[in-house]
Design a protein around this ligand. Structure first.
Ligand code: ACM
Length: 778
């Protein structure tokens, strides 16, 4: 990850705060096209009216002009069967049918962009034509969406003629299987979803400090040793004190299965073998290919770990031998060689490496990294493959033919394109899906500086600064699902969907056809398809967000409601019942007496967008209570806020906590203290397991403890007087939590910010706030 460290982390994190803050609005698309009417995502390039519509029903026959076209027809039929009541039959043999649904490979279209297709609806039937099977397949996905969701057995297809082609040739999605591991079936579900969205590159992050996940027959210890880590904290220890390991790798057979499954859906798998950094699991397996003496193990720390591969020929030979097996498993043109976040401490500290730099006549460690990558590029080129790497591969000299993946913003992409290199844009502050999708408290663990659907949708991968010739080097765009904080596949799906729909549209749809409002109108149908395909999309973005302002003196609360995606139809009740399309429509802030139960749900076209409404109970107790996820952070808390999971219990659900890891601190703004006698906190404790760069490490702070095990402290504002304090116990109770209560030290404050901290070193474990409650005088 990474993303704990960027070239200029403070600036980039700040920038993302500004952009991601509540003031962010989607820039109105200047010339919004007329509504496309078709519920298709990504929106096609051109939809024109045609002479006649056609009704598909169970008697409609599918056919194909040849074997490849018949294969697409069969895939279409299978997916249609899953997503609608329509079960269509495929005609025997090659046909040239003018009726039914006909897929036709048409060499006359050969000049068109790879992946393009033509779909025509006529009175006798529907015809999809393309020069390539990939084009036919994309056309099939469009028709599938035109027919679904369908509840009846007769589906009228509007009279249209669609001409469609992708904007970019690289429409990527990256999955991190190294930090947490997914099953082959999980990955197949993601590939199905990618196909539905017309994405065509699956970048598979298979090696990292925390795990080596790919069988290499010549070097079995890579997976014997490298595929298991002992998680930090309680999660790494069984009840009997033995290590509780987290393990997983893919056999070569499983990898071939994934590659074939992807290929059948016209998706290329690009494997990543990260060099020279993010190498701790590999070095744990083969220490002789590392730099420092002594054993290590796959890391339990997120962030930037120091382990580097050795730069010498023996290790480059080792890496080439690995790549030889990689190339046998992955037939695609590109192999990703990482290059990111290779902090050079180990090379700087090694007399042997320093001597080697001098021996090679190189300038510095960056040049040494470039030396390694250039040699690996030569090796790949000799086997007719291409090297792609993260934008750090620019430093020290780009390998001559390399493609650059721009993640630390867009600058790396601009620089590479300016020098004639192809680039894939994947800026972290827009396209990293470990950033949560809303700022709601019920988002799963991840990075709470959220990345909204609007932000992704508004992104144009082609930087304005580039000339027309340089723009051609932007071959595509990609979103990345890093999994440090994503332990389960359910959460992974929550993070990826529905944001993948916005990714699809920036990757495929021509700029002039993009319209966020139109996208919102098409999204509900896509959600129905997700359901039919078993895709567990996140519902938070579709739910209702609530902002409250309490007035405890008057026993009232003022509430603002909104939908994170900007759907406008919010219905609510105050009697506890579930809203319907006819319930009160939310217009402006509501002032409610206490107690009130407010229930609200987002609607579109008269239908609720979530499975369940949001419900808030505004009672006396709720006015006195806040949780970590509804509190602000103190400026001293540092900018790196994470939503971290409790590391215990080993099985079953775990709590999560919002915490600014550099200097944990929580802030209750404008707390009303008039009649308060004491303050109670509930807190948990989780491991501090982050590898940081030395300058960032220096920002880690905490208050010196006074009591033996430290104390919790509440101050009036971050620098005001101490309002309440109580000593901490040595460790949490059996349930992983503590509850502490401290009298409020009387003073002049009536309404003030409460700044909550726990003293003592945050390492190896840090206390984290779960809930704070004000206790009134009896
Ligand atoms: C990255 O996030 N380290 C590419």
């Amino acid at each position: 990850m990474t993303r704990l460290h960027t070239r200029n982390p403070v600036r980039s994190l700040l920038a993302s705060c500004l952009i991601l803050g509540s003031s962010f609005t989607v820039s109105a698309t200047t010339q919004a096209p007329p509504s496309l009417a078709l519920p298709v995502i990504p929106a096609p390039q051109q939809v024109l009216p045609s002479a006649a519509s056609y009704t598909v029903n169970s008697r409609t026959v599918l056919s194909g002009s040849d074997e490849a076209a018949r294969t697409v027809a069969a895939q279409f039929s299978q997916l249609l069967g899953k997503t609608s009541p329509l079960q269509l039959n495929l005609a025997e043999g090659k046909t040239n049918a003018a009726t039914g649904i006909h897929f036709q490979l048409d060499p006359a279209l050969a000049d068109a962009t790879e992946g393009s297709y033509q779909l025509d609806v006529a009175a006798q039937g529907i015809r999809i034509r393309a020069a390539s099977t990939a084009g036919l397949f994309h056309g099939a996905m469009t028709l599938l969406q035109m027919l679904t969701p369908a509840t009846g057995s007769d589906v009228a297809v509007p009279a249209v003629s669609i001409t469609d082609a992708p904007r970019f040739s690289w429409r990527g999605f990256m999955l991190d299987s190294a930090r947490h591991f997914q099953s082959v079936d999980d990955i197949k579900l993601l590939l199905d979803a990618m196909a539905l969205h017309k994405l065509n590159v699956f970048h598979w992050h298979l090696t990292d400090d925390q795990g080596w996940r790919m069988e290499i027959k010549r070097y079995p210890k890579l997976t014997e040793v490298g595929s298991c880590r002992s998680p930090a904290g309680e999660a790494g220890v069984n009840a009997d004190g033995t290590a509780h390991l987290y393990c997983g790798f893919y056999t070569q057979e499983q990898i071939r299965d994934v590659v074939a499954y992807a290929a059948a859906r016209h998706i290329t798998v690009v494997p990543e073998i990260d060099v020279p950094g993010h190498a701790q699991a590999a070095v744990a397996a083969y220490p002789e290919h590392g730099v420092v003496d002594g054993p290590t193990q796959p890391s339990a720390n997120w962030g930037v770990n120091p382990y580097l591969f050795n730069p010498r020929d023996e290790t480059l030979q080792f890496l080439e031998n690995i790549l030889a097996e990689v190339m046998q498993m992955f037939p695609g043109k590109y192999i990703h060689i990482g290059g990111d976040e290779a902090v050079k401490y180990q090379w700087q500290d090694s007399p042997q490496v320093q001597a080697y730099i001098r021996e090679l006549g190189l300038k510095d460690e960056e040049a040494l990294q470039s030396h390694m990558l250039k040699r690996l590029e030569k090796y790949l080129e000799a086997h007719d493959r291409k090297l792609i790497g993260w934008d750090e591969i620019i430093e020290g000299g780009l390998p001559p033919e390399a493609t650059v993946m721009s993640w630390r913003g867009i600058e790396g992409g601009i620089e590479a394109a300016t020098h004639g290199h192809d680039v894939v844009m994947t800026p972290g502050n827009t396209l990293y899906l470990d950033f949560l999708q809303t700022n709601l408290p019920d988002e799963p663990p991840g990075r709470p500086k959220f990345t909204s659907m609007q932000r992704i949708y508004a992104y144009d991968p082609v930087p304005e600064q580039l000339t027309a010739a340089q723009r051609k080097h932007v071959i595509g765009v990609q979103a990345n699902m890093w999994t440090e904080h994503t332990r389960t596949f359910a959460r992974l799906q929550h993070n990826v969907f529905p944001r993948m729909a916005a990714l699809a549209e920036i990757a495929w749809t021509p700029l002039e056809r993009k319209s966020y409002d139109d996208f919102l109108a098409r999204l509900p149908a896509q959600l129905q398809r997700y359901k039919a395909l078993g895709i567990g999309y996140g519902q938070t973005a579709l739910s209702v967000a609530m902002k409250r302002q309490d007035d405890r003196a008057a026993d009232k609360v003022t509430v603002e409601l909104s939908n994170p995606l900007s759907y406008r139809d919010i219905r609510y009740t105050t009697d506890g019942s579930t809203p319907t399309a006819h319930s009160a429509s939310y217009g402006a802030a509501l002032t409610l007496p206490v107690p009130t139960t407010l229930t609200a749900q987002t609607f579109f076209n008269g239908k609720p967008l979530t499975d369940a409404p949001n419900r808030w109970v505004f009672d006396g107790a709720s006015l006195l209570r806040r949780t970590d996820k509804t509190l602000a952070t103190c400026p001293e808390g540092g900018r790196l806020q994470l939503r971290l999971e409790d590391d215990n219990p080993l099985e079953g659900p775990r709590d999560s906590f919002d915490v600014t890891i550099f200097n944990p601190c929580w802030l209750w703004e404008d707390a009303q203290l008039q009649d308060i006698a004491s303050i109670k906190v509930r807190a948990g404790r989780i491991p501090y397991n982050f590898g940081l760069l030395k300058p960032e490490e220096a920002k880690r702070g905490y208050r010196k403890p006074v009591a033996r095990h430290g104390e919790f402290e509440v101050r009036a504002g971050c620098h005001g007087r101490v309002l309440a304090t109580a000593p901490l116990p040595e460790k949490p109770g059996k349930d992983g939590f503590i509850e502490l209560q401290a009298p409020l030290r009387a003073g002049p404050e009536q309404v003030t910010d409460l700044c909550i901290t726990f003293s003592g070193d945050t390492r190896p474990q840090m206390w984290v706030l779960d809930e704070i409650t004000l206790q009134p005088r009896k």
